[in-house]
Design a protein around this ligand. Structure first.
Ligand code: NAD
Length: 493
């Protein structure tokens, strides 16, 4: 399979190619085109022309709606192929891509098509007896969407659906590890009749093309999801020509399990909250805190069940946990576990590469549980982005809140308790953009999502996520009775 770049409405052969690796086997599954700086320039020029001279930003959302709904339908029509592709490219078990990533991606477009129109209507304000104002929502312009490898299609769709519904033109840059589903999405957008230049997809290494893409004067906005390290670079590039940015960055999320929680539910759900997608989730609950009297039972049950999670290739329906995305990522995870041990923590289960010969070529790593951690240890502070969790105890809710908030990140948190009023009070004290009570990982197209502190700024999804892709203009109209505004008299002429 060979995939190219999608620029200005056409698939374009790239001069340079790269191998795309299946993390379950370590083998190449495709060759993807890699954008040159000239390709970046063409994509920016195409998106700029489509915004400045094209019809897309000038259509109403009612008129754009048909195209956006067709993208949703296109994703559903290709759901099987997309699920396989995503699974093959990311190592995400096929059950996850089939039931989560792909249908959720389609729903995001459907929701954008049917629900955002009302947020675009202009508002009239009588600001004084002599003036009225019109507040008008407009698209921002040319928007660069940069997405990570952990949810390549879904995160691309979160950004793309809002950006397109608002009338922007876009350049989507997938991670160079996982560009396949984004290129398929380009084909779906093309078939849906999206005009040339409105959607451009260019694969390429961030180090090579990032600066050219993000610092360019012709770009109006950057929407980035990824690591803090790269987020900082992107903010530097964007500062060269001052651009609106949204940053969805890393996390070190905490789950608080109180004495009155149902043990089995808390254990089963907490396993998912860290081991789903091999722990490669920005909202992974990588720090679990359990109240004193439940702690021992929780740890025994959690470890017992973690040991039985079935590792296997992503394309098998039996697989509960696939491989990590790459050998580099696995090395990074191993280094975190080794450092935790060196700093005095204890590994209760996992912490190593599985011995099963059937898995030897993939980038597998066992579900890992670490105890005896202290807040100042690296494992408590830094994002591992792998199947590694620490479990610690607390005595009361004040201590639990203090422990949960003792992080530079503020993306998400979980609370497990039968007392909902109490749980809500605790939620209000947590320094996190999202708090789940007695559940985990539920994202809704209606609800804005985004982190606090080092987890970034700006929202995805919901009204606020959509409005990020708009700019607000105020038009002030003089209404003085003699048609001579105050400014007319200032110099006394
Ligand atoms: P990453 O930061 O390495 O890469 C993200 C994207 O940035 C990729 O497309 C990459 O090619 C690109 N990139 C890399 N260097 C660049 C540069 N110099 N200029 C421009 N673009 C560049 O992140 P990753 O490893 O793909 O994903 C994991 C990270 O993403 C984790 O930190 C995770 O927490 C975060 N994440 C956050 C959210 C959220 O919503 N907050 C969601 C998913 C993932």
């Amino acid at each position: 399979m060979s995939t190219d770049l999608f620029i200005n409405g056409e698939f374009k052969e790239a001069k340079e190619k790269q191998n795309i690796i299946n993390p379950s086997t370590g083998k190449a599954i495709a060759q993807a085109g890699v954008a040159s700086l000239k390709d970046v320039d063409s994509a920016i020029a195409g998106a700029r022309a489509a915004f400045d001279q094209g019809e897309w930003p000038r259509l109403s959302l009612a008129e754009r709606k048909d195209f956006i709904s067709k993208i949703s339908q296109g994703i559903l029509d290709n759901a099987g192929e997309l699920a396989e592709l995503e699974s093959l490219n990311t190592g995400k078990p096929i059950k996850e891509t089939t039931f989560m990533d792909i249908p959720s991606a389609a729903k995001t477009f459907e929701y954008a098509a049917n629900n955002f129109e009302r947020f675009l209507s202009s508002e009239e304000l009588n600001v004084s007896g002599k003036a009225k104002a019109v507040l008008r929502r407009e698209p921002v312009g040319v928007v660069v969407l940069i997405v990570p490898w952990n949810y390549p299609l879904l995160i691309a769709c979160w950004k793309l659906a809002s950006a397109l519904a608002a009338g922007n033109t876009v350049i989507l840059k997938p991670s160079s590890l996982t560009p396949l589903s984004a290129l398929k999405l380009a084909g779906i957008a093309h078939t849906a009749g999206i005009p040339a230049g409105v959607v451009n997809v260019i694969n390429g290494s961030g180090d090579k093309i990032g600066a050219a893409l993000c610092a360019d004067r012709r770009i109006d906005m950057l929407s980035f999801t990824g690591s803090n390290e790269v987020g900082r670079k992107i903010l530097e590039y964007s500062s060269q020509n001052i651009k609106k940015s949204i940053m969805e960055l890393g996390g070190k999320s905490a789950s608080l399990i109180f004495n009155d929680a149902d043990l089995d539910t808390a254990v089963n759900s907490s396993l998912v909250s860290i081991f789903l997608n091999q722990g490669q989730m920005c909202t992974a609950m990588s720090r679990i805190f359990v109240q004193d009297s439940l702690y021992d039972k929780f740890v025994v049950s959690f470890v017992e069940k973690a040991r039985t999670i079935k590792l296997g290739p992503a394309d098998s329906h039996e697989t509960q946990m696939g491989p990590l995305i790459s050998e580099n990522q696995r090395k990074r995870v191993i280094a975190f576990v080794e450092k935790a041990k060196a700093e005095g923590a204890q590994v209760l289960c996992g912490g190593k590469i599985p011995q099963d010969p059937a898995l030897k070529n993939g980038f597998f790593f066992e579900p890992t549980v670490i105890i005896d951690v202290k807040p100042q240890m690296t494992i408590s502070k830094e994002e591992v982005f792998g199947p590694v969790v620490t479990i610690s105890r607390f005595s009361n809710s004040d201590e639990a809140v203090k422990l949960a908030n003792a992080s530079d990140f503020g993306l998400a948190a979980c609370i497990w308790s039968k007392d909902i009023n109490f749980a809500e009070r605790v939620a209000c004290q947590l320094n996190s953009g999202t708090v789940w009570i007695n559940t985990y990982g539920m994202f809704y197209n209606q609800l804005p999502y985004g982190g606090f502190k080092q987890s970034g700024f700006g929202k995805e999804l919901g009204r606020e996520g959509f409005l990020e892709y708009t700019r607000l203009k105020n038009i002030i109209i003089d209404q003085s009775a003699d048609s001579r505004p105050l400014v007319n008299y200032w110099y006394g002429f």
